[in-house]
Design a protein around this ligand. Structure first.
Ligand code: SF4
Length: 243
């Protein structure tokens, strides 16, 4: 891995400000693991109550070509996890650069999508914005570009994966999980997706100051920018929250 573009962990977590970041990440990760278990338990109960069986299997990469959003707290904690697991960090960086090439055809629409999400993370979007967002999500999904954290069919950050990833399980055949079936309400082969509430996605607790509203974006890009731009990027994303 070429480290020259990266803020190394010894700098990232140095001094009083760095200690705050590190302590936040450790505490957040511990709480998140409990939340991920809670999500899993609640979805399992829903599935059992309907007498169905989850058909998702370890190593199935089908969902991992969808647009995955996460909040800034999750991304900050994932960046910390990567610093603690250098081999995972190196693989992520290598794949991220390929991913950027893959999305270059839709990068402008993608930026618009990010702006919409940043502007209203509660997803109370205007109908125009909803149309734009849905179109970009469909287009992105159709491209089938694997998430930069997908390694050999497995999630390389499984224990700290985004809430959104943990919150999608299906009870229908794997073949139905093709992108055209996801977004077509009338498709006979629409996957039956089980979800639960993930209020954690919209939480505002953060180090230094709490946020006035959630900060949500596209997960791999946000993690990459935290790794390369550090606290300056976090301040930029949250600056308006503190004014
Ligand atoms: S973070 Fe993991 S589970 Fe989520 S899309 Fe990426 S590889 Fe898949």
């Amino acid at each position: 891995m070429n480290n020259s573009a990266f803020i190394v962990s010894s700098t990232t977590y140095a001094g009083e400000a760095g200690k705050l970041r590190k302590d936040f990440c450790i505490d957040y990760t511990s709480k998140k693991k409990k939340s991920l278990q809670r999500i899993n338990d609640e979805i399992s109960k829903q599935v059992n109550d309907r007498g169905e069986t989850i058909t998702c299997r370890k190593g199935c990469p089908v969902c991992c070509v969808a647009y995955i959003e996460a909040n800034i707290q999750e991304c900050e904690a994932i960046a910390f996890y990567l610093y603690e697991h250098p081999a995972v960090l190196a693989s992520f960086v290598a794949r991220y650069n390929q991913w950027r090439v893959g999305i270059s055809q839709i990068s402008r629409e993608f930026a618009r999508c990010e702006a919409i999400l940043h502007q209203d993370p509660g997803l109370k979007l205007s109908s125009d914005d909803q149309v734009v967002l849905l179109e970009v999500l469909k287009k992105y999904h159709r491209q089938s570009i694997p998430c930069s954290f997908l390694e050999g069919g497995d999630c390389s950050i499984h224990e700290v994966r985004p809430y959104v990833c943990a919150n999608h399980l299906v009870s229908t055949p794997e073949a139905w999980c093709r992108s055209e079936n996801w977004y077509e309400p009338n498709s006979a082969n629409r996957p039956r997706i089980y979800m639960t509430n993930i209020d954690e996605l919209y939480e505002t607790g953060f180090y230094v100051n709490d946020l006035a509203k959630p900060v949500i974006g596209f997960m791999p890009a946000m993690v990459y920018r935290i790794l390369t731009e550090g606290a300056a990027y976090i301040q930029k994303l949250t600056r308006h929250e503190k004014e």
